[in-house]
Design a protein around this ligand. Sequence first.
Ligand SMILES: [Zn+2]
Length: 239
Amino acid sequence: MTNKIYSTDAYAKSMAATITDVDRDDNRVLLDATVFYPGGGGQPHDIGEIVIGDDRLSVVRVEADGDQVWHWLEGGLPPVGTTVEGRVDWDRRYRLMRTHTAMHALCGVVWNRFQSPVTGGNMKPGDGRLDFELPDWKPEYKPEIEAELNAQLARTLPIEVEFLDRAVADQDPSLIRTKVSLLPADLTTVRVIDIVGLDRQADGGTHVGSTAEVGVIRIGKVESKGRGFRRIRVALEDT
Ligand SMILES: [Zn+2]
């Protein structure tokens, strides 16, 4: 089992870890702890490096397999039992945290005004898109939503991480803002991200600790994605 440090401390940039398994066919290692986000919920996996003494190996891909997190490395693999230091590409990751938080804030703004669920989404560092069920769209909504989004972010709302028992989470349907619940059936603990007063939902990704860290957001193209669906793009102003 891998201690998923990113799940409780999004600001951890590095970690000490021990290699617990080596897959030479795929050039990947298992670690007993990691700060590398393995991807999911529209947020891409982290990249970075593993440091062993004077050697630095690039981490080019990360993926979760149940309780374990695999790290794909470039170069020769060290043996099981080796102690390593992992360092995430922090500039990239921090932009993903700001982008991901902006998308949750957009989700909250759209929900408060239209009660529209999310039907899909994706992001890269600095920008992302969310698809909503929004049947009646008018062009003037775009500047209005952008203004409301930035007003909410400027309130310096705290963002809290909670862990709920599955039975408790299941009694609160508002935690699922996607049209279809993406929670695996066997999940016993549900991680919840709360932008206090704006948006609260089940989520596995990494986010900033305050909306002030997101900065100013620009809403890009709003496209129609078939009958009643709209794709809204957001971007950090400083990227
Ligand atoms: Zn999310």
